[in-house]
Design a protein around this ligand. Structure first.
Ligand code: PEP
Ligand code: MN
Length: 263
């Protein structure tokens, strides 16, 4: 169903009025974690002013350690909904369990399937039974074929609204958190008709690298970027080291849009 052979034109996915795919690049931004109502509403305004089209923020967090902050859960979802009400930005957040699907259907515009759940087939089938747009992150050790098959799991249940997201893969390199694989942009575009966006933040693990990776992604033909932005990265509850401050994010958006004009 994702195959370009049977669907030659690019699919454009409508995320609550924001088209993903097609001509324009879409900018998603926000903190790694929702830390409170005030925090997410404040950052939502900052990223909107900087040029973002969608707000990100994790409420259910897939942390490596069970002793790390696990997210605000259901409260986090309602704070995101509040930020959306105040700014008009649609929201994207990660669904970790089908148990929470009802709450996501009501309050979330784009359901993120995280890298760690890319092959959680029951979860994929559950979101496949809805019509909600799904942001399908690439597993950190998944091949491109496996990733496309995960999209098929969602689509074969009846949901055609899938957006790919490359977020870096595990390699022998340890300098960066993951290795950003930009070759997936032309490959996914050749093999499928679905949009693909890039997450340079989780690939790099370091805010200093985020701008160059972002600009390279747009030059390669990506349909958008999802970037971690925090207004107090030093004190962020998760992923502060890879989060951009709003002012730097605003500069990045301007440069990315300029490059998008010529590709
Ligand atoms: C995230 O977007 O906050 C996240 C946990 O991403 P990933 O699943 O790519 O690690
Ligand atoms: Mn994060």
């Amino acid at each position: 169903l994702a195959n370009r052979m049977f669907h030659p034109e690019d699919s454009v996915i409508d995320v609550s009025g924001i088209p993903v795919g097609g001509k324009k690049v879409v900018m998603m931004a926000g903190p790694c974690s929702v830390e409170g109502r005030k925090q997410i509403c404040r950052i939502a305004k900052e990223v909107k002013d900087a040029g973002a089209d969608l707000l990100r923020g994790g409420a259910y967090k897939p942390r490596t350690s069970p002793y790390s902050f696990q997210g605000l859960g259901s409260d986090g979802i309602s704070y995101l909904a509040q930020a959306r009400k105040e700014t008009g930005l649609p929201v994207v957040t990660e669904l970790m369990s089908a148990e929470h699907l009802d709450e996501f259907i009501d309050q979330v515009d784009l359901i993120q399937i995280g890298a760690r759940n890319m092959q959680n087939f029951d979860l994929l089938k559950a979101v496949g039974r809805t019509r909600k747009p799904v942001l399908l992150k690439r597993g950190m050790s998944a091949t491109i074929k496996e990733w496309i098959m995960s999209a098929e799991y969602i689509m074969s249940e009846g949901n055609p609204n899938v957006i790919f997201c490359e977020r870096g893969i595990r390699t022998f390199e340890t300098y960066t958190r993951n290795t950003l694989d930009l070759s997936v942009v032309p490959i996914i575009k050749e093999r499928t008709h679905l949009p693909i966006i890039i997450d340079p933040s989780h690939a790099a693990g370091d805010w200093k690298l985020v701008e160059s990776l972002s600009l390279a992604a747009i030059a390669a033909g990506a349909d958008g970027l999802i970037i971690e932005v925090h207004d107090d990265p030093e004190n962020a509850w998760s992923d502060g080291q890879q989060s951009l401050k709003p002012e730097r994010y605003a500069q990045l958006v301007n440069k990315a849009k300029a490059i998008a004009q010529v590709v």
